[in-house]
Design a binder for this molecule. Structure first.
Ligand code: FES
Length: 138
């Protein structure tokens, strides 16, 4: 998928990015509350699945149809990291909270959905994800 197709397909996501002023600037913006993680070239995320190789760095990258989005793996109950299940849902083994493939809570004790992270495509088609620093630990 080329840059134009990506941006077109992700209309809702790119609109969300457009209103994230902190993200709209340079990487230097990230000193403080967040950091930017370069997760690789766009064409490495063409298969429909959860890419969880960046889980320990605070990112689950998810391709569903024409949508590419990122979730925090940090459970919203008490901060354990969720694991991807065969059906692409997420399970937190600490207290058994379950989240659907879009990160929505299905079963508690968690009551909040997994945090959706900002995703941006660079001019040379690399995918960047904005990660809040507290998510890099734990
Ligand atoms: S920390 Fe995930 S269910 Fe409690």
């Amino acid at each position: 998928m080329n840059r134009r197709a990506f941006l077109t397909a992700l209309g809702a996501t790119t609109a969300a990015l457009a209103v994230d002023d902190a993200w709209a600037g340079t990487l230097a913006d990230t000193a403080g509350e967040a950091t930017i993680l370069d997760v690789g070239p766009l064409d490495s995320f063409e298969q429909e699945k959860v890419y969880d190789s960046f889980r320990d760095r605070g990112v689950l990258l998810i391709r569903r149809g024409d949508e590419l989005f990122a979730l925090s793996p940090v459970c919203t109950h008490r901060g354990c990291k969720v694991r991807t299940q065969e059906d692409n849902s997420f399970l937190c083994k600490c207290h058994k909270s379950r989240f659907d493939p879009h990160g929505k809570v299905v079963n508690g004790p968690a009551v909040k959905d997994l945090l959706r992270l900002k995703v941006k495509l660079t001019a040379d088609n690399r995918v960047l994800v904005r990660v809040k620093k507290p998510q890099l630990t734990g």
